[in-house]
Design a protein around this ligand. Structure first.
Ligand SMILES: Nc1ncnc2c1ncn2[C@@H]1O[C@H](COP(=O)(O)OP(=O)(O)OP(=O)(O)O)[C@@H](O)[C@H]1O
Length: 512
């Protein structure tokens, strides 16, 4: 073996699916004590590559060597035996088992043939302490939030003595504080000699955490560069061109109010929420995690009930808790949890793109299939959905491309008021700009957009006005020119400061 620090090497890997070459002659290597970032657009092949290492997929050709020896990884057990642990975005934990049971699943310490719970819990507590997470090993996993689930997964990887830890977009769903904590743990593991493969769409994380970067483009490994490479250069390598303007907001003239929300209240969740969104406007809804932003927009969309207040679209009151009424009135919602709420995974791209429009036109008594196909073609082209064709099942699209389909579905539906909840989570930098441009087109043609985002630069870069929520109330409103990170944060913590809530509930939204 040439380099004693080399943990694994991938050479000339190819993997095809019907109609798609997902990976084509990909090279990659990982050393002890490094964070190696995998960077690439949505659909570039990042997840497919790591699935070769976790044993979920087998390559069509190419070589994988671990510790200098060629290996075949035919399943999760092979991968585990080779010291490779993978943490996916959808965690692999069993909700009804405890933290300790999950960590030692199938390997519980036994005493006289029975599971030795005392020892299992003590061992788990030690591992949890190593990752610095304060959780009782006897807690059922279903009671944990996302950040802690991730920590339990890391503890499990440690228990397996993993030398290679693969993390697929671990920061996508974390708050700033949680990201800091994760980074501390990852650095510690790196210092202990673990090799970490790290996937992210947040470029600023690369210099902060990474050592080397392998760039995948269209299923090929196009370059390997140091993590200190400037961001614009990374973008160029990844998308094959430079991006001039990250937030290309083109303001339109604000017209009549399309959406009016008055006194919206649900006890214990949000109170007296008043705002309006005018034709041609992008209004950002900022706030800390837990401020009630998603809850408010779900109530506006009729997906959840409220106790009092009114929602009007173009001057007409909407019946509460009635999604169909909201959609008929022209409201659309791209939800935060897209896989759960936004897509029919076993239907095709075209079927998913047509879900809202088809519902409407069939109610009106006709279905223009050719027109639907043209529309689906157009929008998938604009959003650069990477797919074998409109007939591909959404389940087999890459994560980012699935998200583009949900957004596309609503863009096609000609909604007057489009509500976007975390629209660019998991979306690559190039595709983000495409989405912003489509937002511009919408507002230029007189539509209104209400956008929740935890990515503060995105809110500031794309909104004409920013509403800031704090503890279920609108704490203030800022015009685009006065909306700075500091001004938003001051409002976001304002109610919290007066009510002196425990610091642990105050989790700052992502700001990068
Ligand atoms: N089971 C499958 N069947 C058919 N095509 C697939 C399957 N799995 C992946 N693909 C295709 O392989 C390509 C690479 O997808 P992959 O999920 O590896 O991308 P990615 O780089 O992880 O993207 P993202 O950033 O969006 O997560 C995509 O075009 C995808 O549609």
């Amino acid at each position: 073996m040439s380099n004693p620090d080399e943990l694994l090497r991938i050479e000339g890997i190819r993997k095809t699916f019907p109609g798609v070459v997902a990976l084509d002659s990909v090279d990659f290597d990982l050393r002890r004590g490094e964070v190696h970032v995998l960077l690439g657009e949505n659909g570039a092949g990042k997840s497919t590559l790591i699935k070769m290492l976790s044993g979920a997929y087998r390559p069509d050709s190419g070589r994988i060597t671990v510790g200098g020896e060629e290996v075949r990884i035919h399943g999760a057990q092979d991968s585990e035996r080779l010291g490779i642990a993978t943490i996916y975005q959808e965690f692999n934990l069993v909700p009804d088992l405890t933290v300790a049971e999950n960590i030692f699943l199938g390997r519980q310490p036994r005493r006289f043939g029975l599971i030795d719970r005392k020892r299992m819990n003590a061992d788990a507590a030690e591992l949890l302490a190593r990752v610095g997470v304060d959780v009782d090993p006897r807690t059922p996993v279903r009671e944990l939030g996302i950040a802690r689930l991730q920590m339990v997964e890391i503890a499990k990887a440690l228990s397996l003595d993993a030398r290679v830890l693969i993390m697929d977009e671990p920061t996508a769903v974390l708050t700033t504080e949680e990201v800091d904590k994760l980074f501390r743990i990852v650095r510690k593991l790196r210092d202990d000699g673990v090799g970490i493969v790290f996937i992210t769409h947040h470029l600023e994380e690369i210099a902060a955490l990474g050592d080397r970067v392998t760039v995948l483009r269209d299923g090929r490994s196009v370059d390997q560069v140091p993590a200190s490479t400037p961001e614009d250069e990374l973008v160029r390598l990844m998308v094959g061109r430079s991006i001039e303007q990250q937030y290309p907001r083109e303001r339109a003239d604000a017209g009549a109010p399309l959406l009016k929300v008055r006194g919206l209240t649900r006890a214990g969740t949000f109170h007296d929420v008043d705002f309006e969104v005018r034709a041609g406007e992008v209004v950002g809804l900022a706030g800390l995690v837990g401020a009630g932003r998603t809850e408010v927009v779900r109530a506006v969309f009729g997906a959840d009930p409220y106790d009092s207040g009114t929602v009007e679209v173009q001057g007409r009151p909407l019946r509460p808790y009635d999604v169909n009424a909201a959609m008929d009135a022209g409201i659309g919602l791209v939800p935060e949890d897209r896989k759960g709420q936004g897509l029919v995974l076993d239907a095709t791209v075209q079927e998913n793109l047509g879900l809202v429009t088809l519902g409407r036109s069939s109610r009106a008594g006709f279905v223009d299939r050719a027109g639907q196909r043209r529309a689906a073609d157009r929008i998938s082209g604009q959003l650069k959905v990477r797919m074998a064709g409109l007939h591909q099942h959404v389940r087999t699209l890459s994560g980012g491309n699935q998200q583009k389909v949900v957004i596309g579905k609503w863009l096609l539906a000609d909604t007057k008021v489009l509500i976007l909840d975390e629209p660019t989570r998991g979306i690559d930098v190039g595709a983000k700009v495409e989405i912003y441009q489509l937002i511009n087109e919408l507002t230029a043609s007189g539509h209104a957009v209400l956008m929740i985002s935890s990515d503060l630069p995105e809110v500031l870069g794309m909104s004409d006005r920013v509403l800031v929520m704090s503890q279920g109330r609108i704490a203030g409103e800022l015009a685009a020119q006065e909306a700075t990170q500091d001004a938003v944060m001051a409002l976001a913590v304002s109610a919290t400061a007066t009510t002196n809530t425990a610091a642990k509930d105050v989790e700052v939204s992502r700001g990068h």
